[in-house]
Design a protein around this ligand. Structure first.
Ligand code: C2E
Ligand code: CA
Ligand code: CA
Ligand code: CA
Length: 273
């Protein structure tokens, strides 16, 4: 047994080394990728649930990796944040999104995810203003999505969000319901939109998820903040979020993220039960 323990320990050490090597390799690759601009931005539609028409598209970044193909942001955003690479990567996404949206019909907005690291860096407001100016996009057509972790005890972050709103840019609270004290953040900052995390929407017909969903939508209505349901995958889910009063919906049923924004099918609402 002693022998086993010893080997187990060595095995553990080896596994740790390997994990560290993997991380170092990934960091190196990511650094090169940011340098070489090996990223794509995909766009996923959002609709008004009463008309079924597109209201805008969310920009979602992908890494074009030579071996692994298109890598999902979940696999590299955390590392990009830890290493600060998110600042340049985020600037690229913002520019791409504003330039792209500048070519869309003027009723469509574009949503861009902003990491807490970007928000804490000084200069974000100036950067956004410059990018808007260069792209000619009306500020009202840009929506910045932040998660509540951004706001944790951070008055500077809140001041930055106020400045962005001062430019005319909209600010959405993303992944609502997944954090610790979402309600407190609604008091601390006047968000223009709440996005309900797909955990409460997709693949869950269970009563508890639906009650939470209803409560969030009701809260949004009382606060006068429109609510978008994320992760709408089936006609039944679209029907549910529409019935309980969400303003907008996003999800695979409405459209998948794609490099060129796809129009929303005009008969989408007709398929709803
Ligand atoms: P998010 O902001 O919550 O974005 C929505 C995610 O849900 C996207 O994953 C989207 O592809 C996925 N999704 C949309 N509809 C459905 C659906 O019906 N079912 C399911 N199962 N999933 C759906 P993606 O593109 O892999 O992005 C993951 C996360 O990475 C994003 O979550 C966001 O937090 C982050 N991210 C993506 N792009 C950026 C970026 O440019 N900057 C920053 N800071 N973060 C980003
Ligand atoms: Ca988002
Ligand atoms: Ca989200
Ligand atoms: Ca998320």
């Amino acid at each position: 047994a002693k022998e086993n323990g010893r080997n187990g320990y060595r095995f553990f050490e080896a596994a740790m080394d390997e994990a560290q090597n993997d991380r170092r390799r990934l960091e190196l690759e990511l650094r090169e990728a940011v340098h070489a601009n090996a990223f794509e931005v995909h766009y996923q539609p959002q609709i008004d649930v009463t008309t079924g028409r597109a209201t805008g598209y969310e920009a979602l970044v992908r890494w074009r990796h030579p071996v692994r193909g298109l890598v999902s942001p979940a696999a590299f955003i955390p590392l990009a944040e830890e290493t600060g690479l998110i600042v340049n990567l985020g600037a690229f996404v913002l520019e791409h999104a504003c330039r792209e949206a500048g070519t869309w019909p003027s009723e469509l907005r574009v949503a861009v995810n902003i990491s807490p690291v970007q928000l804490r860096r000084s200069g974000l407001v100036e950067r956004v203003r410059d990018v808007l100016e260069a792209s000619g996009l009306a500020p009202e057509r840009l929506e910045i999505e932040v998660t509540e972790s951004v706001l944790m005890d951070d008055d500077d972050a809140i001041a930055t969000l106020h400045s962005l709103q001062g430019l005319g840019v909209r600010v959405a609270l993303d992944d609502f319901g997944t954090g610790y004290s979402s309600l407190g953040y609604l008091r601390r900052f006047p968000f223009d939109r709440i996005k309900i995390d797909r955990a409460f929407v997709s693949g869950r017909a269970d009563a508890h998820a639906t009650i939470i969903l209803r409560t969030i939508v009701d809260l949004g209505r009382r606060l006068g903040i429109p609510v978008t349901a994320e992760g709408v995958e089936t006609p039944a889910e679209l029907e549910l979020v529409r019935r309980i009063g969400c303003s907008e919906a996003q999800g695979y049923l409405v459209g998948r993220p794609s490099p060129h924004p796809q129009p929303v099918r005009p008969d989408l609402l007709a398929r709803v039960p």
